[in-house]
Write a protein that binds this ligand. Structure first.
Ligand code: ATP
Length: 322
C-alpha cells in the first residue's frame, strides 16, 4: 500500500485459518489499520493479491459484505434509538440475522436492551458496537482494539465474549495494543513494524519465546552472604541492580538452579518470600521485536519467523532475550 511515494505496507504475506482468533500487533503507524481496511474492502490497495472468504475485497459484493462483521476503533451512537432498536435496524441489512436477544446476551448487554444508545457508558457502547457487528451472524469478525477504555472486569468479560465467538466457529481478526489480551485470546499472532512482518507464531512461541531463558530472582536472606549460596547459584547470579540485595539468574533449565537454592534455604530454615520465577512475557518479546524499528533495523530484511533464511532484525533482537 502506497500513499504517494510512501510505502505504508510492503510485501506482507499473511494467511488466517478459518475459525481461528488471529491477533495483528504492531506499534502506532506500523500499518495495521491500512492492512485491515484493505482486508475489509474499505481501502483500495496499490498492489498485491488479497482473498477474504474466497473473494477479492476490492471487488466484493453485498453478499460477501454480509458475511463479515466489523468493529471499528470509534463509532457514533445512533441518535434517539434504544439498544434493541439499533440492533433491529442493523438486522434489516442482513439476509440471515442473529436473534437480537441472543446477540445482546453474547456481548453481555441484555440488561441494557431498552436503554438509549446515546446514554450508554463507554464500555457498554463498545459492547453495542460488537453486537452491531455480530447481528448479521458473520463468519469473520474484524475487531479493532476492542477493549480500549474498558475497566479490568469489562475487559475480562470482553475476552470471554471473544472466546465464545471462537466456540461458535467465528473467525476473529483482532488488532490490539494489549499483549495480555493477545496472549489470552489469540491462537496465532503476527507482529508488523514499519510496514513489514517481523514475527509470527503462537503467543507462546513468538520470537522464540519458548526457547528463552527463565528469569529467577530473589533477595539474599538476612544474615546470609553471597558466599553462603550454593555454587550453582553463585556461578549464575548477578545483582539485579546497583546497590540492591536482590540477585538475578537466567537459566534455560531452571530446576537445575532452583533445586539447590530451595534445598539450601530449607536446610537453614530460611524463607525466600520474594522468589520470582518467570519467562519473558509476550510484551517483553514484542518490545524486543519492535523497539529498534525507529533506527531502521526493521528494514534489514525482516521476514516471517515461519520462513527459512536469514533471521530478521526482529528475530535477532528477540534472540537477545535468550
Ligand atoms: P495505530 O496503532 O496508531 O492505529 P496503524 O498500525 O494502524 O497505527 P496505519 O494507520 O495503518 O497504522 O498507518 C500506517 C502508516 O501509513 C502511517 O505512517 C500513517 O501515517 C500512514 N497513513 C495512513 N493513512 C494514510 C493516508 N490516508 N495518507 C497518507 N498516509 C497514511
Amino acid at each position: 500500500m502506497r500513499y504517494g511515494a510512501f510505502e505504508a505496507v510492503r510485501g506482507i504475506d499473511l494467511h488466517v485459518e478459518r475459525g481461528e482468533v488471529f491477533a495483528f500487533l504492531g506499534p502506532n503507524g506500523a500499518g495495521k489499520t491500512t492492512t485491515v481496511e484493505i482486508l475489509e474492502g474499505y481501502r483500495k490497495r496499490s498492489d498485491g493479491v488479497v482473498s477474504v472468504l474466497g473473494q477479492d475485497p476490492g471487488h466484493a459484493d453485498r453478499t460477501w459484505r454480509s458475511r463479515i462483521g466489523v468493529v471499528l476503533q470509534e463509532s457514533k451512537p445512533e441518535r434517539d434509538l434504544t439498544v434493541t432498536e439499533c440492533l433491529r435496524l442493523y438486522a434489516g441489512y442482513y439476509p440471515k440475522p442473529r436473534g437480537i436477544r441472543e446477540t445482546l446476551e453474547l456481548v453481555g448487554l441484555a440488561e441494557k436492551a431498552g436503554a438509549m444508545a446515546s446514554k450508554l457508558s463507554g464500555g457498554q457502547r463498545r459492547r453495542l458496537d460488537v453486537a452491531l457487528a455480530l447481528i448479521g451472524d458473520p463468519e469473520l469478525l474484524f475487531l479493532d482494539e476492542p477493549t480500549t477504555g474498558f475497566d479490568p472486569s469489562a475487559r475480562r468479560a470482553a475476552w470471554e465474549m471473544v472466546a465464545g465467538l471462537r466456540d461458535l466457529g467465528v473467525t476473529v481478526f483482532l488488532t490490539t495494543h494489549f499483549m495480555d489480551e493477545a496472549e489470552r485470546l489469540a491462537d496465532r499472532v503476527m507482529v508488523i513494524a514499519a510496514g513489514k512482518i517481523v514475527a509470527e507464531g503462537t503467543p507462546g512461541t513468538l520470537g522464540g519465546r519458548d526457547r528463552t531463558a527463565t528469569l529467577i530472582s530473589f533477595s539474599q536472606p538476612a544474615g546470609t552472604s553471597f558466599d553462603d549460596l550454593p555454587a550453582l547459584v553463585r556461578e549464575a547470579a548477578v545483582p539485579e541492580g546497583a546497590g540492591v540485595d536482590r540477585l538475578l539468574l537466567k537459566s534455560v533449565s531452571p530446576l537445575e538452579v532452583l533445586g539447590p537454592l530451595v534445598h539450601w534455604a530449607e536446610g537453614r530454615h530460611l524463607d525466600l518470600p520474594d522468589l520470582e520465577v518467570r519467562r519473558p512475557s509476550l510484551e517483553d518479546v514484542y518490545l524486543a521485536l519492535t523497539a529498534p524499528v525507529e533506527d531502521g533495523a526493521a528494514d534489514a530484511g525482516a521476514t516471517s519467523s515461519s520462513q527459512s533464511g536469514p533471521a530478521s532484525g526482529g528475530e535477532q533482537r528477540a534472540e537477545a532475550l535468550r
